[in-house]
Write a protein that binds this ligand. Structure first.
Ligand SMILES: Cc1cc2nc3c(=O)[nH]c(=O)nc-3n(C[C@H](O)[C@H](O)[C@H](O)COP(=O)(O)O)c2cc1C
Length: 172
């Protein structure tokens, strides 16, 4: 499978990246091609709602920023992993901007499954990220929910979480 991982954390060595490294190792060992995109280090603006993608050039976004390099990745991926630190009970603004910009093409045609990886300081703060974003995308795209993985407080950067994410990648 071609797996696209969208990392919404600005911390290159943070807790989200730590889980993703373990996932990437497992998935690569299972023979998958994994591309991790640090979206918080890209120049990706919010959607302008100009409707160019619907009214002028179907599927094409008028904004020529770093999202342009992500569009082909979305359209060729078999699986997408959304990963983010929790910011005020939901995904980071950087990852939300990427999700909003998929408005240009609608549903990525090859994606069959999606997963969610979240890191937070506290417990019980995942509701909006899981329901508002993840579950809604699972239903809208009509894809399989491959799993939701969370780490809070001391679970961040723990061997237990690394093992969990490695095994998830390996099991795909
Ligand atoms: C702007 C901002 C908002 C945050 N909001 C929350 C929150 O609502 N709940 C929570 O438990 N942690 C919150 N945190 C803490 C991060 O989710 C936590 O430190 C996480 O482990 C960071 O992951 P990273 O190292 O991958 O960036 C917030 C951090 C920042 C910078």
């Amino acid at each position: 499978m071609k797996i696209l991982v969208l990392n919404g954390s600005p911390h290159k060595d943070g807790a989200t990246s730590d889980m993703l490294s373990a996932f990437e190792r497992g998935a690569a060992e299972a023979g998958h091609t994994v591309t991790v995109v640090p979206v918080a280090h890209k120049r990706i603006n919010g959607c302008m709602a100009c409707e160019y993608c619907h009214e002028k050039e179907p599927g094409v976004c008028a904004q020529k920023d770093d999202m342009q390099e992500l569009y082909p990745e979305f359209l060729s991926a078999d699986m997408i992993v959304f990963a983010s630190p929790i910011y005020y009970f939901t995904l980071s603004a950087q990852l939300q901007a990427v999700i909003h910009r998929t408005y240009a093409f609608g549903i990525p045609k090859n994606v069959k499954k999606v997963a969610l990886v979240l890191s937070s300081g506290s417990k019980y703060v995942y509701g909006a990220a899981i329901t508002q974003y993840f579950q809604s995308i699972v239903e809208y795209w009509g894809v399989e929910n491959a799993g939701i993985f969370t780490a809070n407080g001391r679970q961040n950067k723990s061997e237990k979480k690394r093992k969990e994410l490695y095994q998830f990648g390996k099991s795909l």
